[in-house]
Write a protein that binds this ligand. Structure first.
Ligand code: NAD
Length: 292
C-alpha cells in the first residue's frame, strides 16, 4: 500500500507554479491576482480561505480577501462581484461556499465572469469541461487528477466508482475520469444517496472516489484488494483530545481500508491540499490567458 501524499504532490505543483510565475513576471507580465470573497464566520470556510490566501503568497501571487457579514444582502454581493469582474488587475474570483440562506448560490456563480471563474463552477466552464474543451476544471476534481498523474496511476479501462454526485466534486470527477485522456478512460459508475447495492458496486471498483461527506462511510468490506481509494470527505468531528475541540475525518475508514489498497489518500494531507494547488493552477492560467 502506498499513500497518495497530498503534501508532497501539492508542494511539487506549487514549486512549478512559483517558477512559472517568476519567469512570467520577468517577461514583463503582471502578477497573478486571486480575489476571494468570504461571508460570515463559518470556521471551516475561514480556514479554507485563509489557506488559499497564504498559498497565493507562497507562489508569488497577489491575493485580496473581501469579507462580508452573514446578513449581507444579495445586491451588495452582486455589486462586489461585478466590481471584481471589471477590475483589470483581478485574474481569478472565488466565492467561498456555502452561502447564507438569503443569497441565491446559482445566481452568484453565474455572475462570476467565466474568464475569472477559477473555481470552475460557472455553467460555461462546466459545459466546456463536459465537451473536453480547454477551461477551468473545478479545483477538487482537478486536484485529484493531478494526484493520479503524479503517481502515474493507470486509469485506462479501469472501473471507477464515484460516491457522490455534487456539482463541485462527484459529478465533475465522474465526467473527467470517463474522458478520452489521461487520467481518464475509466468506466465510471456514479453512486448517490438513492443507489441500491452500493457495497456490491464498490466491490467491483478498481478506483473509488468517496465524496459524500459521511465520516468513515467506506468500510474495508466494501473495497476489493489492490483498489485505489481517493477520499474527498472533510468532516469536523468533536474530539476533546484536540486543542481545537475537533478532528478532521474523511469518508473512508482509513485504518481498516488502507491495508487492502494499492494506493490511498489520507485525510488530512490528501485531496484537500491538492484542491488548493489546483486553484493556484487555475489562477495562473486565468492570468496567462489575458496575454493569449
Ligand atoms: P454534497 O453534500 O453536496 O453531496 C454529497 C453527495 O453524497 C450527494 O450527491 C449524495 O447523493 C451523496 N450521498 C449522501 N449520502 C449517501 C449515501 N449514504 N450513499 C451514497 N451517496 C450518498 O457534498 P460535496 O460538496 O460533494 O462534499 C462531499 C464531501 O467532500 C464533504 O465532506 C466535503 O466537506 C468534502 N469536500 C472536500 C473538498 C476537498 O478539498 N477535499 C472539497 C469539496 C468538498
Amino acid at each position: 500500500m502506498q499513500i497518495l501524499d497530498g503534501k508532497i504532490v501539492s508542494q511539487s505543483v506549487k514549486e512549478k507554479i512559483k517558477e512559472k510565475t517568476i519567469l512570467f513576471k520577468n517577461a514583463g507580465n503582471k502578477t497573478p491576482h486571486l480575489a476571494a470573497i468570504l461571508i460570515g464566520n463559518n470556521g471551516a470556510s475561514e480556514t479554507y480561505v485563509a489557506s488559499k490566501v497564504k498559498n497565493c503568497e507562497e507562489v508569488g501571487f497577489t491575493s485580496s480577501l473581501i469579507r462580508f457579514e452573514e446578513n449581507i444582502e444579495e445586491a451588495a454581493l452582486t455589486a462586489a462581484i461585478e466590481k471584481l469582474n471589471n477590475d483589470e488587475d483581478v485574474d481569478g474570483i472565488l466565492v467561498q461556499l456555502p452561502l447564507p440562506k438569503q443569497i441565491n448560490e446559482e445566481k452568484i456563480i453565474n455572475l462570476i465572469s467565466p474568464d475569472k471563474d477559477v473555481d470552475g463552477f460557472h455553467p460555461m466552464s462546466i459545459g466546456k469541461m463536459v465537451q473536453g474543451l480547454p477551461t477551468f476544471i473545478p479545483a477538487t476534481p482537478y486536484g485529484i487528477l493531478l494526484m493520479l498523474e503524479h503517481y502515474k496511476i493507470e486509469t485506462a479501462g479501469k472501473h471507477a466508482v464515484v460516491i457522490g454526485r455534487s456539482n463541485i466534486v462527484g459529478r465533475p470527477i465522474s465526467i473527467l475520469l470517463s474522458r478520452n485522456a489521461y487520467p481518464g478512460n475509466c468506466t465510471v459508475t456514479v453512486c448517490h444517496s438513492r443507489t441500491k447495492n452500493l457495497k456490491e458496486i464498490c466491490l467491483q471498483a478498481d478506483i473509488i472516489v468517496a465524496a459524500l461527506g459521511i465520516p468513515e462511510f467506506l468500510k474495508a468490506d466494501m473495497v476489493k484488494e489492490n483498489a485505489v481509494v481517493v477520499d474527498v470527505g472533510i468532516t469536523r468531528v468533536a474530539d476533546v483530545t484536540k486543542k481545537s475541540g475537533f478532528a478532521i475525518k474523511g469518508d473512508v475508514d482509513f485504518v481498516n481500508v488502507a491495508p487492502k489498497c494499492s494506493y490511498i489518500t489520507p485525510v488530512p494531507g490528501g485531496v484537500g491540499l491538492m484542491t488548493i494547488a489546483a486553484l493556484l493552477m487555475n489562477t495562473f492560467s486565468a492570468c496567462e490567458n489575458k496575454y493569449k
